[in-house]
Design a protein around this ligand. Structure first.
Ligand SMILES: [Zn+2]
Length: 161
C-alpha cells in the first residue's frame, strides 16, 4: 500500500468511527450498561449495516445488533471492517456469545475501536486479545476515545464517583 492509500484508509477509519460514536447517542439510556455504536463497512467502503446498544432489546450489544442484520455467510463480511466505539466484549454476563465470538463467527477480518473496555463490568477486558489471537486485525483510534466515552460519563461517574 502506498502512503497516499494509507492516509486515505486512516481518514476513512475516523469517518466511520465518528458515525459509530453518533449511533451510540441513540442508545436507550442505561445506568448499568455502556452506550455503544457499531458500523460494518465492506471492502469498497460501502456500509453493510449498523447497530447500537439496546437497539432491539434491552440486552443487545451494538456489534451484535449490526451483525444480526447481515445474513450469515454474506460474502461481503470476508472483506469487511467492523467499527465499534467500544472494544467488543470478550466476556459477558447477559448472553452466551460474546461480541468477539460473534465477529469471529461472521468472519470479519478487521475491527476498529476507539475506546478500550474499562475495568468496570468485567475484571479484565479480553475482546482485543480474543480477536488478535484469532488473526483479526485490530486497530485502535485513541484520538477518538474521549468522544466514545462521552455518552457514558454518567455510567462511569456512578461507579467511579
Ligand atoms: Zn458485546
Amino acid at each position: 500500500m502506498c502512503r497516499a492509500e494509507e492516509r486515505a484508509e486512516e481518514r476513512d477509519d475516523a469517518h466511520w468511527m465518528r458515525l459509530a460514536i453518533a449511533l451510540a447517542r441513540r442508545c436507550p439510556p442505561s445506568d448499568v450498561a455502556f452506550a455503544v455504536g457499531a458500523v460494518i463497512v465492506d471492502a469498497d467502503g460501502q456500509e453493510i449495516s449498523r447497530g447500537w446498544s439496546r437497539e432491539t432489546d434491552e440486552r443487545v450489544h451494538a456489534e451484535e445488533s449490526a451483525l444480526a442484520k447481515v445474513p450469515a455467510g454474506d460474502p461481503r463480511l470476508a472483506g469487511a471492517t467492523l467499527y465499534s466505539s467500544l472494544e467488543p466484549c470478550g466476556e459477558r454476563a447477559s448472553r452466551p456469545r460474546t461480541c468477539a465470538e460473534l465477529i469471529l463467527d461472521a468472519g470479519v477480518p478487521r475491527v476498529v475501536l476507539a475506546w478500550r473496555e474499562p475495568d468496570l463490568f468485567v475484571r479484565a477486558a479480553r475482546g482485543i486479545s480474543v480477536l488478535t489471537a484469532a488473526g483479526v486485525e485490530v486497530v485502535e483510534l485513541p484520538e477518538l476515545a474521549d468522544a466514545a466515552r462521552e455518552p457514558n460519563v454518567h455510567v462511569l461517574g456512578r461507579h467511579w464517583g
